[in-house]
Write a protein that binds this ligand. Structure first.
Ligand code: BGC
Ligand code: CA
Length: 329
C-alpha cells in the first residue's frame, strides 16, 4: 500500500514538474494600458494564453519608451521565452529587436509597425497588425456612401465635402495611412474632400472633445459636413462636443456624420443611438489570438503553418478590417 502511494506521489511530482518546465513564459509590453482598443487586445492575448497553458505577464509602458525599455530588460532578465511588444514609438523598435536577438528569444510586434529593415534585421522578429490603408479606405467610403444616400448632407451645395479630421498620435502608421486613404476614398467616390480643420488628438476622447468644441465655436456646426476620426475614441469625443451643441441627438436637421475606426462597444452604442454614422472593425480578438499563437509557436520551435493564421513574407500576420454600420440613418 505504502509502496503504491509513494509510486503515485512520485508520478504526480514528475508530471507536475515536467508540465511546469514546459510552461512558456510570454513577456508582453503594451504602449499604454489606458487605451480602449489596446484593452480589447490585451484581453484577447490573456484569454488565448490561458487557453494554451502559457504564462503571460503584461506590462504598462505608460506611453513612455524609456519605461517600456526597462520593462523589456526586466522580462529578459527574468527569462521569458518570447516577447510581444506594442512599442511606444514604433521607430524606436531597433534596440528592442537587438536585445531580443542578443538573448536569442523571438519578438512579435503588435499594432505599431516597425520599419521593414528593422524586422529584417532578426529572423525571429515578426509583426501582427491590420492594414491601415484598408481602414482609411473603408472609413472614407462610409462618408461617401452617406453623401450618396443623403444629398442634403452637402449643406452648402458645392459638391464638395467640408470635413474635419481628428488624427491619432503623430508617426503612428494608422494615423498617417487612415488620414490619407479616407480622403482618397472620398475622391474615388466622385466627391471633392476639403479639410476645413484638423488636429492631432492622440487617439484620446477628451482631447478630441476639446478640439471639436473649439472647432464648433470657430467654424460653426452649420459649416461642417463630416467628421473623420482615426479611431472611435476620438470620434466619440467629437460626438460628445456635437451633443453639447445640440447636434447628433436625433434631429435630422442638426446632424453631422462622424466616423471612427475600431468598433469598440461604446462606438457601437453611439451608432445604435444614431449619434455616430459608422466605424471600421479593428479586429482585436484575432490580432491578440494570432500574436499569442505565433509567439508560442516561435518559442516552441513549432511549424508556423500550424497556428491557423497566414504568415506573409515570413514576417507578417495581417488581420482584415471590416466596415460596420447600423443600417440607414
Ligand atoms: C487603434 C487606436 C489605438 C491605437 C494604439 C490603433 O490601431 O485604432 O484606437 O489607440 O491603435 O496604438
Ligand atoms: Ca459641401
Amino acid at each position: 500500500m505504502r509502496k503504491i502511494f509513494i509510486l503515485a506521489l512520485t508520478l504526480i511530482l514528475a508530471f507536475v514538474s515536467c508540465s511546469y518546465s514546459q510552461e512558456i513564459k510570454i513577456g508582453a509590453c503594451i504602449y499604454r494600458f489606458n487605451d480602449a482598443f489596446m484593452l480589447r487586445f490585451r484581453n484577447a492575448m490573456q484569454a488565448e494564453s490561458e487557453k494554451s497553458g502559457a504564462k503571460i505577464s503584461i506590462a504598462d509602458g505608460q506611453d513612455d519608451q524609456n519605461t517600456q525599455d526597462a520593462q523589456i530588460d526586466e522580462f529578459i532578465a527574468n527569462g521569458v521565452n518570447v516577447l510581444i511588444v506594442n512599442p511606444v514609438d514604433r521607430m524606436s523598435s531597433q534596440p528592442i529587436i537587438d536585445k531580443a536577438k542578443q538573448a536569442n528569444i523571438p519578438v512579435v510586434f503588435i499594432n505599431r509597425e516597425p520599419a521593414p529593415e528593422m524586422l529584417n534585421s532578426y529572423e525571429k522578429a515578426y509583426y501582427v497588425g491590420a492594414n491601415a490603408e484598408e481602414s482609411g479606405t473603408q472609413a472614407g467610403q462610409l462618408i461617401a456612401d452617406y453623401f450618396k444616400a443623403h444629398p442634403e448632407a452637402d449643406k452648402n451645395h458645392d459638391g464638395k465635402i467640408q470635413f474635419i479630421m481628428l488624427r491619432g498620435q503623430n508617426g503612428h502608421q494608422d494615423m498617417i495611412l487612415r488620414s490619407k486613404y479616407s480622403v482618397e476614398a472620398i475622391k474615388a467616390a466622385g466627391y471633392e474632400p476639403v479639410e476645413i480643420a484638423g488636429a492631432i488628438a492622440n487617439w484620446d476622447k477628451l482631447e478630441a472633445m476639446n478640439i471639436m468644441n473649439a472647432f464648433l465655436m470657430s467654424i460653426g456646426p452649420e459649416n461642417i459636413e463630416a467628421v473623420i476620426a482615426n479611431n472611435d475614441e476620438m470620434a466619440l469625443g467629437a460626438v460628445e462636443a456635437l451633443k453639447n451643441n445640440d447636434y447628433n441627438k436625433g434631429d435630422a436637421n442638426a446632424y453631422i456624420p462622424v466616423v471612427g475606426v475600431d468598433a469598440n462597444a461604446s462606438a457601437l452604442e453611439a451608432m445604435d443611438k444614431g449619434e455616430m454614422l459608422g466605424t471600421v472593425l479593428n479586429d482585436a480578438d484575432n490580432q491578440g489570438i494570432s500574436a499569442v499563437r505565433l509567439a508560442l509557436a516561435l518559442a516552441e520551435g513549432k511549424d508556423l503553418n500550424s497556428i491557423g493564421y497566414t504568415i506573409t513574407d515570413n514576417k507578417y500576420i495581417w488581420i482584415p478590417y471590416q466596415k460596420v454600420t447600423r443600417g440607414e440613418k
